[in-house]
Design a protein around this ligand. Structure first.
Ligand code: SF4
Ligand code: SF4
Length: 237
């Protein structure tokens, strides 16, 4: 049985988490590499958005942008929604939107606003900053250009999750598990984890010890099609 989650005013949460990730339109920079021609994070064939149950309650009374995920939204690819639901934390539900051509910016979910980042929790329970969904390294332009992530986005992200992780303990547990999963994955790959720290600096984190080494984000690796790209325009912050 799903327990209702006490939650703050979603309009307020959205209004305080509204800055774009970068000054550049990153959707126009990744879409050319997606065979469907749209940003990877807005492509239901690539990622199925999840919202809190109470967030869905808020959205469904205010916009027709979203519907419950059925599994038939990706053309030519029928998915059993029950399979994905089993992998979804019980305090969340799966949705699908009308797509980027019909996006309503004020009603983007928290998952739209946070992508590709998640709050990183150390093994000893500290929310130190932003880590990212490493499955998207070869798709998301931002992950090859972490130096382009604006400080104002970072601050809004941190303030939002300082509140959400306190208000929704299930979310804290989910992100603790995801952080642990990332430590395991990066440990196996022999890699360190890039962290956009809440202190405004960038670090590589040792997945065995959570020890941090400060880095210049411009020196971090690029992935997939972005490896051979020219450097982005200067002054675009
Ligand atoms: S966040 Fe990443 S995947 Fe989404 S539009 Fe920007 S570059 Fe593309
Ligand atoms: S609501 Fe907008 S930002 Fe979110 S997935 Fe849909 S098109 Fe993308």
């Amino acid at each position: 049985m799903t327990t209702p989650v006490p939650f703050p005013d979603f309009r307020q949460v959205y209004d305080h988490f509204d800055q774009p990730i970068t000054a550049l339109d990153c959707g126009s920079l990744c879409a050319p590499y997606n065979p469907h021609g749209i940003p990877f994070c807005c492509d239901i064939c690539v990622a199925v958005p999840a919202t809190y149950h109470t967030e869905w309650d808020y959205l469904k009374t205010r916009t027709n942008l979203w519907h419950s995920y059925r599994g038939d939204e990706c053309p030519g690819e029928l998915t059993n929604p029950g399979t994905l639901e089993q992998e979804t934390p019980s305090h969340m539900c799966l949705l699908a939107c009308l797509g980027p051509q019909a996006c309503e910016r004020p009603y983007r979910s928290i998952s739209c606003r946070q992508f590709p980042f998640f709050p990183y929790l150390t093994a000893d329970d500290c929310f130190i900053g932003l880590a990212y969904n490493w499955d998207f390294e070869h798709a998301c332009w931002v992950l090859s250009h972490l130096d382009q992530v604006s400080q104002v986005f970072r601050q809004e992200f941190i303030q939002t999750y300082d509140a959400l992780l306190f208000d929704i303990p299930q979310d804290y547990d989910s992100y603790y598990d995801l952080s642990e999963e990332m430590r395991d994955a990066f440990s196996k790959m022999g890699r360190k984890i890039p962290i956009l720290h809440r202190d405004g600096n960038d670090y590589l984190l040792d997945p065995e010890t959570d020890a941090l080494t400060q880095v210049d984000a411009r020196d971090l690796p690029r992935f997939g099609p972005y490896r051979s790209e020219m450097a982005p325009p200067t002054g675009a912050e």
